[in-house]
Design a binder for this molecule. Structure first.
Ligand SMILES: [Zn+2]
Ligand SMILES: [Zn+2]
Length: 418
């Protein structure tokens, strides 16, 4: 019997996974606020006798940009360490390689619209990205791998991170030393996916997720009465021109065989119909794969926004912040996941992923060590579970929890014993 055949998801473990996911789903905590979730994880690890550190990591954003620039751009920063992250360690039967497995714990500021018995009990917070499932699966992985620790060589590190949704919690944990002592050789993670049916996973090597940057343009005009526009400089009209001009970077300046996204998700200005406001603010995101495309767009956003504003007698302050880097799956690690999943689920249940413009802070780990983030299918069309992540009606088929534990453990054992 191979060690991978010894991975067993008992009915007790399966129902524990479902209950745990529901508890976390009902009690969501926003980025960098995951105290109760962290307490739950720590309690489980303690029960299993797995040694772990709490209070690891925190707000990773000050590692991305000068805190003064971030604060000026409206970000309210929290401490960079002493936060809610946990790092657990399971040692195998003999020295060997060290594998890190990661889950994120934070929820999103969304009002849940599902009417399930396990819907969020906190208005304005919802696990709409499936991080409740990620945390649960990693707690299950802890239990299974701890039970098999006389069957593998090396060390498993379990990373439960805060603040994935924009706060770069993974980066803060890396700064707190989670990749050292013993040094991590490779890493694995999973993310739920509602484009893949439950019972299947998706994997591929290569760059699968984009550089996700943040931009903000503040247009300063001259306010006044709406009936006397000639005595004012209208920042609303100026920002409309800037917005249209910036949309033309991708269509007119980027090689059509490359790709990029420039999206403005927020425009704010003014208070009522008869006042010309003094300023207007545009906020958006830029997604790219190639460094040269990223450099070009960053430079041109500044030039175009300032140039258009100046030509219209206004001024534009532009901030462009490089946020999450692109996520690249290592060839060997992806092959290990593919083989492990094929062995456990069958080749029909392993699909090949295509790149998307989504962003992901596991990318900070994948920049440091060979990594693979695979996708765990959670869709079930018959049960109406098809809404995408970040949707107020997102849900997942809980049969996926056991699949996630199985595939993750199988991939881990395959890596450690190879
Ligand atoms: Zn998300
Ligand atoms: Zn997510």
């Amino acid at each position: 019997m191979s060690v991978i055949d010894r991975i067993e998801i008992t009915p007790e473990l399966d129902s524990w996974l479902r209950e745990t996911r529901r508890y976390i789903h009902m009690n969501p905590e926003l980025s960098l606020d995951e105290t109760n979730t962290a307490r739950l994880v720590s309690g489980h690890l303690k029960e299993l006798g797995i040694k772990h550190k709490t209070g690891v990591g925190g707000d990773g954003r000050p590692f991305l940009a000068d805190p003064k620039v971030l604060e000026a751009a409206g970000f309210q920063l929290k401490p960079m360490t002493g936060g809610t992250g946990l790092l657990a360690t399971i040692e195998g039967r003999a020295p060997g390689k060290t594998l890190l497995i990661r889950a994120d714990m934070d929820a999103l500021p969304i009002v849940e619209q599902n009417d399930t018995p396990y819907r969020s009990t906190k208005t304005g917070a919802m696990h709409a990205c499936g991080h409740d499932a990620h945390t649960t699966v990693l707690m299950g992985v802890a239990e299974v791998l701890n039970g098999l620790r006389d069957q593998f060589d090396g060390t498993v590190k379990l990373m439960f991170q805060p603040g994935e949704e924009g706060s770069a919690g993974a980066l803060a944990m890396i700064h707190d030393g989670i990749l050292d002592d013993p040094p991590v050789d490779a890493a694995l993670a999973l993310h739920v996916d509602n484009e893949i049916p439950v019972g299947s996973i998706g994997v591929a090597a290569g760059t699968l997720m984009a550089n996700g940057d943040v931009m903000r343009v503040v247009v300063h005009g001259v306010g006044g009465h709406a009936a006397f526009p000639h005595r004012a400089v209208d920042p609303v009209v100026v920002s409309a021109h800037i917005l249209v001009a910036l949309q033309e970077i991708v269509s007119r300046e980027i090689d059509p065989f490359d790709s990029a996204v420039v999206t403005f998700g927020a425009i704010n200005s003014g208070t009522q119909n008869n006042i010309i406001p003094a300023s207007a603010r545009l906020e958006g995101t830029v997604r790219t794969f190639k460094a040269s495309v990223q450099d070009h767009i960053e430079r041109r956003i500044g030039e175009i926004a300032r140039g258009v504003a100046e030509s219209m007698r206004a001024e534009a302050d532009v901030s462009y912040l490089r946020w999450y880097p692109s996520l690249t799956n290592d060839e060997t690690m992806s092959e290990i996941v593919r083989e492990a999943a094929t062995e456990r689920l069958g080749a029909d249940h392993v699909t090949t992923l295509e790149p998307t413009f989504g962003g992901e802070d596991f990318a900070f780990v994948s920049q440091k060590v060979p990594s693979c983030m695979f996708r765990l299918g959670v869709a079930n069309a018959e049960r109406g579970i098809t809404y995408s992540v970040h949707h107020p009606r997102f849900d997942l088929d809980e049969d996926a929890l056991a699949v996630g534990v199985e595939v993750m453990c199988a991939a881990a054992l395959r890596y450690l014993n190879s």
